[in-house]
Ligand binder design. Structure first.
Ligand SMILES: [Zn+2]
Length: 221
């Protein structure tokens, strides 16, 4: 029998989740009977096993000296030493100075802070290079919001925001430009219909190859 944690809430349906560490959670309506929940879990046993297998085989990001860190499509090697907080890319290395170099949490925090600072100027630059044609069509430039998203690389809101996933920084610049172009094309076509694809083909003829760069799971926190 599968072990699981049951979380009851105001909801209408049952939902199953396999967490990053392999634990199973079931979210259920307040009044769902235990038998109903158990039947649900039993019926999804194969799916749970597949998810757990996938989680277990994921390469995890290490946060210590010598760990590899993907940045803009390049694998940098972490060079961690003791000192006042500073993170710098130098040659093939990500040089990280933290007061506690043996603490993975401290290294991770320092790198994440650094990464967040890199995102805005790099994302703004990609937008600035690709927006002029859209400006010539009379569109106004969407406002950038950098986000941590689990399931999407980007989105364009009707209220004039372009949301981009911070994790794009791990991938080659060509992939970032693809996502930005994709979202900008939504200024003209909100859906993914033939008109949208024709515009992508016209603005970025190699977008399919660029898109494939994102298929590889480069970074697993
Ligand atoms: Zn889209």
């Amino acid at each position: 029998m599968t072990d699981y944690e049951l979380i009851r809430s105001k909801r209408r349906s049952l939902e199953l989740r396999v967490l990053d560490d392999g634990r199973v959670q079931v979210r259920a309506p307040q009044r769902a009977s235990l038998r109903m929940v158990q039947t649900f879990v039993d019926s999804r046993r194969q799916w749970i096993a597949d998810q757990q297998q996938r989680q277990a085989s994921r390469p995890r990001q290490g946060w210590q000296d010598g760990a590899a860190f993907p940045f803009r499509g390049q694998l940098l090697i972490m060079d961690v030493s003791a000192g006042r907080n500073a993170v710098v890319v130098s040659g093939g290395y990500l040089q990280i100075r933290v007061p506690e170099p043996d603490s993975e949490a401290a290294v991770r925090q320092a790198v994440e802070n650094w990464l967040r600072k890199q995102a805005r100027p790099l994302f703004e630059d990609s937008i600035a290079r690709q927006f002029p044609w859209f400006a010539s069509q009379g569109f106004s430039q969407p406002v950038l919001r950098v986000k941590k998203m689990r399931t999407r690389w980007g989105s364009l809101s009707a209220r004039g925001y372009i949301n981009l996933n911070m994790a794009l920084l791990h991938y080659p610049p060509a992939a970032l430009d693809y996502v930005v172009m994709h979202e900008l094309c939504h200024l003209q076509h909100m859906d993914h219909g033939p008109g949208f694809h024709a515009l992508m083909d016209a603005r970025m003829p190699d977008w399919r190859q660029r898109k494939q760069l994102l298929d590889q799971p480069l970074f697993q926190p």
